[in-house]
Design a protein. Structure first.
Length: 364
């Protein structure tokens, strides 16, 4: 049986997640995986690119997106012909994007059932993509199944009435992402290295982190805050601290492995969360994770031996950081990412078996 995984983004976690999911399906007995990405995806230009069965030149920026939308009949026609040649039994959207309704139309014409991985039930404060969530909801309504990476997101989708009554909802967790080997935490022999990595948005609690670090005073640690976002009072407060370096910039795919390997501890002082991609990367690299007890982070990290959860307030974050400084825990081996993605893929196929019982599901 063949399973298609697609994601049309160029940067960020989407292409990486699609490649990991395709590899997870390919690791299962009797399953052949096909991967479709934008030809401009960063992951395809890296040192170890995944095998990509369909790489489409899509768009760069809003003008390119508008031009591609005008070419919808051409896009759909070409994609339908490719789908009829490859004959997947199931197609999975790894992370929704602006052009996925065209892909949904192609799949419907080719009679291929579709599942969508939904990462967020609503926009986070500071998200600058106002049209993306209406498009995501339209895609969800066309899907035969929805896969969420936390119970938190699944519950929110149900409460919002976004899901059709007969749609299959698969609730699971986000497996780890591997970006290469890393020495154990603390192997550098210096002060504790603390990393905050990801989009610099208001819900990430960077103001809480700044206040917690200020409360700790001058301690034996180095802190890096790395990611892209709007300048803010929280970033100014962090820059004012002597142990903190703020790098407001895009982190390319090829830099992530070294950035995570630098750290001993990843800190996630979030005010809300669906789940955390940076946490998934840190766990695979054997890094410790300190996160607030909010949203989907409780399910993602609650049972992880590398993770510590605290309350989303200054006192709790400061106390947890103090414990890491004064009594650093012993290093633990990272999570087996390949096995976790294979298990993720197996569970998805088990849950979606009824969706595969039609003619498309019998294709080999």
């Amino acid at each position: 049986m063949r399973v298609l995984v697609w994601q049309w983004g160029r940067r960020g976690a989407g292409p990486r997640l699609a490649a990991c999911l395709a590899a997870g399906f390919a690791a299962l007995p009797g399953i052949e995986a096909a991967l479709a990405l934008s030809s401009g995806a960063e992951i395809l230009r890296g040192p170890d690119p995944p095998r990509c069965d369909l790489a489409l030149p899509l768009y760069e920026g809003v003008p390119g997106l508008a031009w591609r939308a005008l070419q919808a009949p051409i896009f759909v026609g070409q994609t339908v012909r490719w789908l009829r040649r490859t004959r997947p039994a199931l197609a999975v959207c790894a992370m929704p994007g602006p052009l996925d309704l065209l892909m949904a139309a192609s799949l419907r014409r080719a009679r291929v059932p579709m599942a969508v991985v939904v990462h967020d039930a609503e926009a986070h404060p500071g998200d600058a993509t106002p049209l993306l969530f209406p498009l995501n909801r339209a895609l969800i309504r066309r899907a035969g199944a929805v896969i969420t990476l936390s119970d938190h997101v699944g519950d929110r989708l149900r409460a919002q009435g976004v899901l059709r009554p007969n749609v299959k909802l698969v609730r699971t967790g986000l497996p780890p992402f591997t970006f290469g080997p890393a020495a154990p935490p603390g192997a550098h022999g210096g002060p504790l290295r603390v990393l905050s990595f990801g989009r610099l948005l208001p819900y990430k609690g960077l103001d809480l982190l700044a206040e917690a670090l200020a409360r700790l005073g001058k301690r034996d640690m180095t802190v890096r805050v790395v990611g892209q976002g709007s300048e803010s009072a929280a970033l100014d407060a962090l820059r004012a601290l002597p142990c903190v370096e703020v790098e407001n910039r895009w982190v390319a795919e090829g830099e992530i492995g070294a950035l995570i390997a630098w750290a001993d501890l990843l800190v996630l002082p979030y005010r809300e969360a669906s789940q955390s991609g940076p946490a998934a990367v840190a766990l695979a690299a054997g890094r410790f994770v300190l996160a607030t007890r909010v949203g989907g982070l409780v399910q993602q990290l609650g049972a992880e031996p590398l993770a510590t959860l605290c309350e989303p307030d200054v006192a709790s974050i400061a106390a947890a950081l103090d414990r890491f400084i004064t009594a650093p825990p012993a290093a633990i081996r990272g999570v087996d990412a390949a096995a976790a993605w294979a298990e993720f893929a197996r569970r998805v196929l088990d849950e979606l078996h009824p969706l595969l019982s039609g003619p498309a599901g019998r294709h080999g």
